[in-house]
Write a protein that binds this ligand. Sequence first.
Ligand code: OGA
Ligand code: NI
Length: 336
Amino acid sequence: MELLSNWCSNGSLPESYVLPPEARPGNLIVPLGKSIPVIDLQGKDRKETIRQILKAGKEFGFFQIINHGVSKDLMDETMKVAEEFHAMSGLDKERECLKDPNGSCKLYTSSYTYPREEFHLWRDALTHPCRPLDQHIQFWPENPTTYREVIGEYSVELWKLSCRILELICEGLGLSINYFSNELSEAPKIMINHYPPCPEPSLTLGLRKHRDPNIITILHQGQINGLQVFKDGLWIAVEPVPHAFVVNIGYLLQIISNGKLNGAEHRVVTNSRDARTTVSFFVYPSDECLIRPAKALVNASNPAIYKPFKFADFFIASNVKPDKEALKELIYKSTA
Ligand code: OGA
Ligand code: NI
């Protein structure tokens, strides 16, 4: 399949990108005055910071963080390299992603399941594992020439930040501080999304409504609007805050917290003027990892809502259509 950025500037939206009316953006009102909480990670009162994170994680499944310790220069350089990568020709991008015989560095358009999709999505994506760095970096793109150096440093910093946020979440939930310091966070990945300007933003999406199939995601969304969170039947735009990160609770953390945190559904809308590039840091478990509600959060008055399952089975089920029935069957104790 051809990358979107190879042909998207020809000015029209192919039929295969036109979503059915109920899935199109703009058919639900975005409420004014409701926004995703912005949390200062340098706040003096640690308990208060934890309280804010838990509240946002429960109510929205999303929050933004400022004073997070990752330098503005590194964030800017990362965004620049991400944009430069997607600005290369399709052939160059493909060549840069073929360095691993096992195919760990993936370049694709729309979604993993492009050939089986009913409708395509207006985005290209690059993704690869990033930890431990010395086992993966040799398979990353070598062009742009600063890719490995900048994304390498970024991965190290984002890993530290993820650990810090997970520790705060553990403390807030009442789990041991190192609850996630094991196979639950063993396989983090970098994803660089690119959403070119779109001729018909009201008919298509950059990403359809989804939950991230992981523990947490830390997103560098740059300065262009596009991300929206589904809450109480409405879509809330996540307004770009300069040099903030957007953090969201993944579906697996919702399950581990036995529903105390919300792996919120979200989507990406396109626009006709600006290309949008984003960099996600996904905290993923190992394939073999067993996911289940934390024992410390389950008791007679709070029975487990979810069954234990292997992460790899979940990942496969979450890509099966129709209606994600396979996923529900796998994770829920009862279908009620
Ligand atoms: C994702 C995602 C949001 C964005 O990659 O899962 O939700 O704004 N990305 O690119
Ligand atoms: Ni997502």
